[in-house]
Write a protein that binds this ligand. Structure first.
Ligand SMILES: [Zn+2]
Length: 116
């Protein structure tokens, strides 16, 4: 249930951003969910209205978009998207060993506000 803690954190940040921009209201939050996390976008969306209620965020929506995984091969240095059909191996050299560069994070990408 760590989705709720993400929602609380993003809501706090969005409120701070809205206050900083002296926004009249907030339209939406755009959250990127890394492919390699176990965070479920539908839970983020489910919790959001409860967290937003009673704040400047009330009535806005939380949108999610997938953040594709990116791996850098330890063997040859190629950056690639791990594919299941390829057993997640490096497509250039076939090495199974790589460093995950992106895809393990959940990010508040954008807060879209309305002016007063
Ligand atoms: Zn490689």
């Amino acid at each position: 249930m760590h989705e709720l803690s993400y929602v609380v954190r993003f809501a706090d940040r969005a409120i701070a951003i809205a206050e900083h921009q002296q926004a009249g209201s907030v339209q939406k939050l755009v959250v990127q969910v890394g492919e390699m996390t176990d965070v479920l976008p539908e839970y983020l969306q489910k919790y959001y209205p409860e967290v937003a209620a009673g704040t400047i965020l009330e009535g806005s929506v939380l949108e999610t978009e997938p953040l594709p995984a990116k791996v850098k091969c330890n063997q040859c240095g190629s950056e690639y998207h791990p594919e299941k059909e390829n057993n997640y191996l490096c497509p250039a050299c076939g090495s199974p060993s790589g460093k995950v560069l992106e895809g393990r994070e959940v990010i508040l990408k954008e807060v879209i506000v309305d002016a007063i």
